[in-house]
Design a protein around this ligand. Structure first.
Ligand code: ATP
Length: 258
């Protein structure tokens, strides 16, 4: 008899309302280790709400968020983070004057649960590990530059390295490519995909640009008005008439063929 390994992330029947608005209703899907799952849907579909229930920013009204089989629904964000769920954040303006290396060293300090008052020591903290993380995203050569001097696409790569500092099992990326040029968008998600494969890390991301979704995601979950409309490979989603209908009139076109 063969037993199937549980998914890295399994969300089951998640629901959340805000007053009378049913933002998410009975949504279930899974993310496997090493794969990229894109969550898409028209505006107001419930993507951010779902995302925040996985990250701990919102507690669901009902349903489960299983990480390696353990229910983490309703845990505070820092506890969810400790369990191995990472999230990419923008480099705060305050830290833009610090070097690329220093920013990653700070992320490592935080992963090691050192307090910010240890900052004077950050310069010596796990320098080699920080460089290795930067090497993984192709930014080691720029380690000594201030983040404020970097091109936008490079900042995104540093933010990715920072998110990897605590070696998450699952990485949440909320519109990771917003504001990027098309070629940069694809490059960032190709890099993310390679890292996800190497580390066997799952990635759940929300995305509006269809070139990224259909070119880079392994699977796609489509939310419409709080419900899961469809889930499958990019090809299955592209060919799904219900998805086509859902996007009618939104200005987005799902091409039938890549
Ligand atoms: N804090 C809140 N209070 C009240 N209503 C909310 C709140 N957050 C979300 N909603 C509502 O829940 C529904 C789903 O919103 P959500 O932000 O999750 O959608 P989305 O798919 O992320 O949309 P977008 O693509 O526009 O970001 C919307 O009707 C929204 O107005």
């Amino acid at each position: 008899m063969t037993t199937t390994a549980p998914a890295l992330l399994q969300i089951e029947q998640l629901s959340k309302s805000f007053g009378g608005v049913k933002a998410v209703q009975g949504v279930s899907f899974a993310v496997q280790a090493g794969e990229l799952l894109a969550m898409i849907g028209p505006n107001g579909a419930g993507k951010t709400t779902t995302f925040n229930m996985v990250g701990g920013q919102l507690a669901p009204d009902s349903g489960r968020v299983l990480l390696d089989g353990e229910d983490i629904a309703g845990l505070a964000p820092r506890h969810v983070w400790r369990k191995g769920v990472g999230r990419t954040f923008q480099i705060a303006q305050t830290f833009a004057s610090f070097t690329v290396l220093e920013n990653v060293q700070m992320a490592l300090l935080s992963a090691d649960r050192r307090l910010w008052q240890f900052w004077p020591r950050a310069a010596s903290h796990r320098r080699a590990d920080a460089l290795a993380l930067l090497d993984g995203v192709g930014m080691a050569q720029q380690a000594e530059r201030a983040c404020s001097e970097l091109a936008y696409g490079d900042i995104k790569r540093v933010e990715l390295a920072m998110a990897l500092a605590h070696a998450p099992k699952l990485l949440l990326m909320d519109e990771p490519t917003a504001g990027m040029a098309p070629a940069e968008r694809v490059a960032l998600m190709q890099l993310t995909r390679r890292i996800a494969r190497e580390r066997q890390m799952g990635v759940l991301f929300t995305e509006h640009s269809m070139d990224v979704v259909f070119g880079q995601a392994d699977r796609v979950a489509v939310l419409v008005r709080g419900k899961l409309l469809a889930e499958g490979t990019p090809q299955q989603i592209r060919d799904d008439e219900r998805v086509q209908q859902a996007y009618l009139g939104t200005g987005l076109v799902l091409e039938k063929h890549a």
